[in-house]
Design a protein. Sequence first.
Length: 256
Amino acid sequence: MLFVRRFLRPSGFVSLACLMAWSVPPLTQAAVEPRPTALYATSENPSESAARLVDRGLERYRVGDYPQAIALWEDALEFPLTAEDTAIVLGNLAAASQQLGRLQEAVFRWEQALEIVRSQPDAEEQIAQILTEQSQAYDAMGQHQRAIRLLQEALTLAETTGDRATQVAIHGGLGNAYWSLGRYEDAIDAHETSLDLARPLGLDVFVTTALNNLGTVAQDMGQLEEALACYRRALTIREKELAPNHPDLALSLNNL
């Protein structure tokens, strides 16, 4: 989940790109420049200085320069920030650390963000989203049962707030954790729920992720025809929305 600073009002607490990381292997999407100087440290408005650093970090993150993004966001934390904005920057740091495979660091940053958000009123939606992201790190570390516990807590909160997009990610995460534990029937149920929730959202990327996940589980169960059917359905959708040379399309073709 890549957090966007609230100064500019984000389109959503959970980015679509990070939700797509719920694909199970081999479909999982990923997740050194010198530390930059805080270029806006002399600005008259400290919060605006931090905001610019966060923006620059987002630019570096989007092009895959995660070390530089981390450096910029760490600089942003040197400024006086509200609790909400501090949690957002910590979430960004967790996302970048996870992309670099620094899972322990990601978990620590998520925990810091969670501690702040839990102290805020009416923060159930954000708590659910953070728990969902943190669970992904634990799952990648092989701590599947812990990931499941976090996801179950997140699901209770997401259902209370009606956050459907996060529910899609939660069920996808549960499916991946069950898959890792060899609980294939539970994995199928979770991914089918994710698919059913994703369709009404009108966002094909959610649907293709769920289909690919279902295909992977079916393949591991030896149900090759079912797996191919899922992969083909996902590919048909991807072909409509992606350029022929897009790496995600190549990934879908590789499944066939």
